[in-house]
Design a protein around this ligand. Structure first.
Ligand code: MG
Length: 298
């Protein structure tokens, strides 16, 4: 099942895609006609916080005999980021593909332990939006295509064996980075947290739909040119290990987001570098998840 946060007729709502991907079922509008009750919260974050009962209630609604008349065609829907305002910073794994660690430095930069930085919640923007070019602040805006994991269940001290039980689902993140700020300020936070520097979407795919998140093709194109092409089977630290390490002494909560790192082919890795400029269109495809497309503002 694919969950969306969408604006439909001016109202922001949580919905699910039908099997064709061309229609959205707005959960509350349909449920209120069925039962007269508002049982779904207004945000996907709160829906995830409901735990297993969320999926049960969605399945029950989808089984309703009259449900088909409530689907809205995609042409009348504006998709937003699945979680437009996360409750906390987005966790990001750095250098989780060896070829990317090497393109930014050398083999000596391949990490021995999971490396994590964060992006501010204010960075999030949706699919098909403009990413601000932030000219005057940075001359080195760069893209990073990444699979993102959304946590579904609270946990601390989660074992590798049980880690995937704590996942709700998966989406795509473009970890837009101002390389000059990243370098100047040493810590990554400033260079990673400019407004609109975290495009997310186009939807949140429930984990039941992905047989093996550790073996998905990932590709990034800029203006149609393939820049990054890899697979999540190249992770240095698999999703299970990332969750296990992050949750040692730190509680992970439903709705927490973890970007799993980017493969080789970022703009900075080319000689000369291929940084982003106004009008560039970036498309990130993750197998089984979808395509996240954004444009850099002029
Ligand atoms: Mg990244």
């Amino acid at each position: 099942m694919k969950f969306v946060t969408a604006e439909i007729k001016g109202i922001t709502t949580v919905g699910v895609l039908d099997s064709t991907g061309e229609n959205v079922l707005p959960l509350n509008a349909a449920e209120q006609c069925r039962s007269g009750e508002k049982i779904f919260p207004d945000t996907l974050l709160e829906c995830i916080q409901m735990g297993d009962s969320f999926l049960e209630k969605v399945n029950s609604l989808i089984d309703w005999e009259d449900v088909n008349s409530f689907y809205i065609p995609m042409s009348d829907v504006r998709l937003l980021a699945p979680i437009p305002r996360p409750a906390k910073n987005i966790f990001c794994v750095g250098k989780n593909y060896a070829d990317h660690a090497i393109e930014l430095g050398s083999a000596a930069d391949i990490p021995e332990h999971v490396m994590v930085f964060t992006k501010a919640p204010t960075t999030v923007t949706g699919p098909d939006t403009e990413v601000q070019n932030h000219s005057g602040i940075t001359n080195q805006l760069d893209y990073e295509g990444e699979l993102a994991v959304v946590i579904g269940k609270e946990g601390q001290g989660i074992s590798r064996e049980n880690a995937l039980e704590y996942v709700f689902g998966y989406t795509i993140i473009n970890d837009i980075t101002a390389r000059d700020l990243q370098e100047r300020h040493k810590q990554y936070f400033i260079g990673k947290s400019l407004d609109t520097s975290c495009p997310m979407g186009p939807w949140l795919v429930h984990k039941n739909e992905l047989e093996n998140p550790g073996n998905l093709k990932i590709q990034t194109r800029v203006n149609g040119e393939i820049r990054q092409e890899s697979s999540t089977n190249k992770f240095i630290f698999p999703i299970e290990e990332i969750i296990s390490v992050l949750s040692k002494g730190m509680t992970l909560e439903p709705g927490d987001i973890i970007a799993t790192g980017t493969p080789a082919g970022v703009g900075k890795g080319f000689k000369p570098p291929k940084y982003l400029s106004g009008g560039d269109v970036i498309e990130i495809t993750v197998e089984g998840v979808g395509i996240l497309r954004n444009t850099i503002s002029k």
